[in-house]
Design a protein around this ligand. Structure first.
Ligand code: HEC
Length: 135
């Protein structure tokens, strides 16, 4: 039993699932506030805003692209901690009518993995019903 539990913990199954529901607020204003706090703390705000295109695409547009995708959290945490190169140069203009000024995001060293996961989950919880997608 111990081994099974340890296995589950190491896969993150026991810890992440229940935490998710509690951690992420329901209120959109609160979600936005927490995103801004983390983005300011870890320097993301230099390049990202929730709604305005800066050097990169806005978080709400990133949310629209990844919501409902099975590995969204993992993919985005990997981009933040590892770097992301030119993914948005094509889908940005084609789907959302905007192109990030910078071609790549350097790997973000200052943000710890858990905080990266937190901001990703907050980003994915943004209301994207008004984001326009070009056909
Ligand atoms: C120096 C500018 C810069 C900083 C600082 C920066 N980003 Fe980015 N970010 C970008 C660019 C440019 C892209 C688009 C990369 C691409 O096209 O692959 C991007 C893409 C992303 C994506 C989408 C990745 C994907 O796989 O589609 C996420 C999520 C993201 N950034 C979150 C963050 C977070 C969180 C921080 C702070 C810890 C941060 N970024 C800091 C420039 C930046």
């Amino acid at each position: 039993m111990r081994k099974v539990l340890a296995g589950l913990v190491s896969m993150g199954l026991l810890v992440s699932a229940p935490v998710f529901a509690e951690e992420i607020p329901k209120d959109q204003k609160e979600i936005e506030k927490q995103i801004r706090e983390l983005a300011d703390k870890y320097g993301c705000s230099t390049c990202h805003d929730i709604d305005k295109p800066k050097n990169s695409i806005p978080f709400r547009v990133i949310a629209k692209e990844y919501q409902g995708k099975p590995d969204a959290v993992k993919t985005l945490v990997t981009s933040i901690k590892g770097a992301s190169f030119a993914k948005w140069q094509k889908i940005g203009p084609e789907k959302y009518g905007m192109k990030p000024k910078a071609i790549y995001m350097p790997r973000q060293r200052s943000i710890p993995e858990e905080e990266a996961e937190k901001i990703v989950k907050l980003i994915l919880s943004l209301d994207t019903s008004k984001v326009q997608v070009k056909k």
